[in-house]
Design a protein around this ligand. Structure first.
Ligand SMILES: *[C@@H]1O[C@H](CO)[C@@H](O)[C@H](O)[C@H]1NC(C)=O
Ligand SMILES: *[C@@H]1O[C@H](CO)[C@@H](O)[C@H](O)[C@H]1NC(C)=O
Ligand SMILES: *[C@@H]1O[C@H](CO)[C@@H](O)[C@H](O)[C@H]1NC(C)=O
Ligand SMILES: *[C@@H]1O[C@H](CO)[C@@H](O)[C@H](O)[C@H]1NC(C)=O
Ligand SMILES: *[C@@H]1O[C@H](CO)[C@@H](O)[C@H](O)[C@H]1NC(C)=O
Ligand SMILES: *[C@@H]1O[C@H](CO)[C@@H](O)[C@H](O)[C@H]1NC(C)=O
Length: 668
């Protein structure tokens, strides 16, 4: 599927816009992931709701015209649907919610039953009859059975649970950090290169090491065990698992990307329940899944125009089926990259000047770090600091020449975006704006994303990924200090987690000089030091310094960052899901890495300039590393933090945050 963004982009940055997902076909239930039978109920079985959370219902009855499930091809249009609370009677949906029966919709879709069918180009066709009930809600806690009856005696039952809200609110503010793609293995590696240890004992710790509570979340999606960032953002923000590429909707089988059944996000609920200000901060382009997911509702994360549109409006300017009664309705702070969606041109809503649209809704719009430092804290603020993703910490701080020549200025003037803020600058400013815009005890909600941990892990650029992770840690530390200074630390729940992992780990060190001096792949691999051969980290020691003056020199890029990024003995890391590529274990001083090149056969293979070859484990159509299965860590500090201890599902994070803010309501 096309994951490329519209607008003018430098080729180098184009590569790292989004993970390159080549074939998003599940191995099982290909007809429709959440619907193994011919009758489909959305929300599907096993879905939990916050009391009073808005959601759509979609029902589908499928009649395959051919293939292994072939029917007469006529879907039952006389299906019925009722809802049963506890052991009560099953009440027809229209009476249960007090809504009118919508008109019947009909469509046809096709799919491949498996890889053999795909190779033979043998499509299976399905005729569908459907109805959708929009923006309903359940207030009463407890269990429900939603029953679809079709085809004479067939029925599909969805068991739903409305969780009981807490008696009182424990947190006034929530600062929610997402280290995209961040695993414990990456945190361990970042600690190794960013913090000095003596005889195995660290002399300083990561901020993450010092949080009150640590938990683990299971990230898998509703219909596949590996998630993407849209799907996992949906889980974290709404308490509903969904499908790859989907933002805050369940994937139905219709073609329209905006008519899939929607449900309300934490940002929308916070806005609707408290009226308090919302902040969205990311080092990605701002229409990307993790920032966009706070407000957007679409089957496809690639609908960038609609995603930025939903930051501002809840109306139908993009598509009539996008209508949704709630919405972020103008998040108070939006900081990130992705000027393509604002500069008039093919990537902005209807090609309009979308900076102007924000200005006419009362926003101040800023384009660089200098402006960021001086803007009025009382006003809604849109800060877009480059096209595409923002520059990486390593390039901003160690190799600033890499920021030149990219023609990525957010104003569209074809200049270079050389004055970009980092995650810390953006987050601290966003706190000040949210704080200034909070009325009485509304509090505020902010999501701050270190997006390029993931983007650089996809590119197997481990140095840049760990630089981004250390920047996230530095941002959490600085945010805690800042909240303390302004007297809000005791009121603020801080949660730091990831949305999924990558199969990265460090297994030793590499003597880069020895590696470069060898002529065969076998000999080059002898440069890898394992066990006692791995030695100690040189990243925290300035070249030529003695242990005694190391602390003085540490100021160069630290503390909490490496003093040097290219020691002779580097860390040797590997990855569980890779394309064919070569490895030298030397960081890329010239800019983000591109590990593969497309060969004459159309498949991706190693770039010749790198060193010894590593055979890939991924399909040849894949140019980068991909996400992995592992549970990811959750760190929390502040009121409500204790509830984040233990092992739980990704969707539980939404409920824990919503409960800390008491967003559930047993009646309106
Ligand atoms: C649906 O019900 C109507 C009347 O209740 C009937 O005329 C029609 O044949 C039914 N359609 C199907 C496909 O069963
Ligand atoms: C099955 O039906 C679909 C849709 O009508 C059609 O495109 C496809 O060619 C059919 N498949 C076979 C194997 O005949
Ligand atoms: C986009 O175009 C559609 C159809 O031309 C129009 O209805 C809508 O108002 C436009 N939206 C914006 C944001 O200009
Ligand atoms: C959008 O929100 C406004 C309130 O801000 C509401 O009056 C309007 O009905 C909503 N639009 C839709 C399409 O529901
Ligand atoms: C920051 O942006 C403003 C407004 O576009 C511009 O006037 C100023 O020169 C920029 N500053 C830097 C350092 O790029
Ligand atoms: C620290 O090490 C540097 C070498 O990088 C050396 O030039 C300097 O004299 C040392 N400073 C002290 C205070 O010992």
């Amino acid at each position: 599927m096309a994951l490329l963004q519209g607008g003018k982009l430098a080729l180098a940055s184009l590569l790292f816009l989004t993970p390159l997902i080549d074939i998003a076909m599940g191995q099982t239930f290909r007809r429709l992931g959440t619907c193994p039978t011919l009758g489909c109920v959305f929300p599907p079985d096993q879905i939990d709701f916050l009391a009073g959370q808005l959601f759509d219902i979609r029902l589908e009855v499928h009649a395959p015209t051919n293939g292994t499930e072939a029917t007469n091809g006529v879907p039952d249009e006389n299906f019925t649907f009722c809802i049963q609370k506890g052991n009560g009677v099953c009440v027809d949906v229209t009476r249960f919610f007090g809504v009118r029966d919508p008109s019947l919709e009909k469509w046809t879709f096709t799919y491949y039953e498996d890889l053999f069918a795909r190779d033979a180009e043998q499509l299976t066709g399905v005729n569908v009859a459907s109805k959708a009930y929009r923006a309903v809600t359940l207030h009463e806690p407890g269990s429900y059975r939603a029953i679809l009856k079709y085809n004479g005696g067939a029925q599909t039952v969805a068991n739903w649970v409305v969780r009981r809200p807490p008696a009182r609110r424990t947190a006034k503010n929530v600062l929610f950090f997402i280290g995209d793609g961040m695993t414990q293995a990456m945190i361990t590696a970042a600690r190794l290169i960013g913090h000095k240890s003596i005889n195995g004992k660290y002399q300083s710790l990561m901020q993450l090491d010092q949080m009150d509570a640590l938990g683990l979340q299971m990230t898998h999606s509703i219909d596949s065990f590996i998630t993407d960032s849209a799907n996992s953002a949906t889980a974290l923000y709404t308490g509903k698992k969904s499908s790859v590429d989907a933002l805050n909707v369940f994937a139905d089988s219709s073609e329209d990307h905006f008519d899939d059944p929607k449900f309300e996000t934490i940002a929308e609920l916070f806005r609707r329940r408290t009226g308090g200000p919302i902040g969205i901060v990311s080092t990605a382009y701002i229409a990307d899944a993790t920032p966009g997911g706070l407000c957007a509702h679409t089957r496809s994360r690639d609908e960038y125009e609609a995603v930025v549109h939903e930051f501002l409006y809840n109306t139908s300017a993009i598509s009539p089926t996008l209508d949704w009664p709630t919405g972020c309705r103008g998040a108070d702070v939006i900081f990130g990259g992705g000027a393509e969606q604002f500069i008039p041109g093919s990537g902005s809503p209807n090609g309009t000047d979308f900076y102007k649209a924000f200005e006419s809704e009362g926003y101040q719009v800023i384009y660089n770090n200098t402006q960021l430092k001086t803007v009025d804290n009382n006003k809604k603020t849109l800060g877009i600091f480059s096209t595409s993703n923002l520059a990486k910490w390593l390039d901003r701080n160690v190799y600033p020449d890499n920021l030149k020549g990219l023609k990525n200025s957010p104003t569209g003037d074809q200049g270079d975006a050389v004055d970009q803020p980092g995650l810390k600058d953006m987050t601290l400013k966003a706190i000040d704006i949210l704080q200034a815009r909070t009325r009485r005890d509304q509090g505020w909600f902010m999501m701050s994303e270190a997006a390029s941990i993931d983007k650089m892990m996809h590119a197997l650029d481990y140095d840049r990924a760990l630089g981004e992770l250390l920047e996230l840690d530095d941002t959490v530390r600085a945010s805690i200090a800042h909240l303390k200074k302004i007297g809000e630390l005791e009121n603020t729940l801080i949660v730091v987690t990831a949305d999924h992992g990558h199969g990265f780990d460090v297994f030793g060190s590499a003597d880069t000089q020895y590696l470069a001096a060898q002529t065969t792949d076998r000999r080059k691999r002898d440069a890898v030091g394992i066990y006692e051969g791995s030695g100690l980290s040189e990243y925290t020691v300035s070249p030529g310094s003695t242990p005694d003056n190391h602390t003085i020199l540490f100021g160069a890029q630290g503390p909490h960052f490496p003093v040097q990024w290219t020691p002779r003995y580097t860390f040797a890391a590997g990855f569980g899901a890779v394309p064919d590529h070569r490895e030298s274990y030397i960081g890329n001083a010239g800019g983000p890495r591109n590990p593969t090149t497309r060969g004459e056969d159309g498949y991706f293979g190693p770039r010749p300039e790198d060193r010894f070859e590593i055979h890939g484990t991924l399909p040849g159509s894949t140019s980068q590393g991909v996400h992995s299965l592992q549970d990811v860590p959750v760190y929390a500090t502040g009121p409500g933090a204790a509830s984040f201890r233990g092992v739980y599902n990704s969707v539980d994070i939404f409920f824990k945050i919503a409960d800390a803010l008491a967003l559930g309501r047993t009646k309106d």
